[in-house]
Design a protein around this ligand. Sequence first.
Ligand code: MG
Length: 244
Amino acid sequence: MQLSYSQKSFHKNKVIAHRGAWKSNNHPQNTLASLRQAVALGCEGSEFDVWMTADGILVVNHDSDFMGMPIETTNFKELLTKNHENGEKLSSIEEYLAEGKKQKGTKLIFEIKPSKISISRSEEVAEKSVLAVKKMKAQKWVDYITFSYEGGLKVIMSDPKANVAYLTGDKTPAELKEAGFFGFDYNIGMLRKNPHWIKEAKDLGLTVNAWTVNQEEDMRWLLEMGADFITTDEPELLLSIVQK
Ligand code: MG
């Protein structure tokens, strides 16, 4: 097994809240409120998405724009002129990690969004992400995921102990293992078509995660197949299935 950061106190229930736990309480996605709710539910992980502003600040948001402002070409200060629907400002990565570090049960699943500008900007985001996590001493909490293969490689190079899972679904488990990835986090439809990838990954010691799994039938199938994590908009449903 590769060296990796870990902390024994994390919940072991495979439940990863997608963009935090937002649905039941109507929290905006990717806010501190949705992160706190995932923590309150006792999820093993809470996922969030990271972009870089025009002036090089890492921020947490799903879409490439925030309230109509394109994040990659807007300065952070400008982005702070609007709020999430619950009144929260757009979080910097430091604010988000600081909130996550207040507890030790829920991991922080850090998605590095591929830049729409260039691959080299995706690599820059990846390097800056690793630096931010180190600066915040949050390595034990953070697992990375990304659709950017190059960004993922950059994280692995910048911190060989980091856990990095790949999202796109265009690499075989053997290719991911060879490149130093920790696992895959593939679309549920793709895994339904290629169930052999799950066994292959497990045989190679890679972790298996899937997105975005909201149907009970798919949850049960993944549990039977031995998935390590399941990423869902319905963490309460998945928790009820896992805890039975
Ligand atoms: Mg995401």
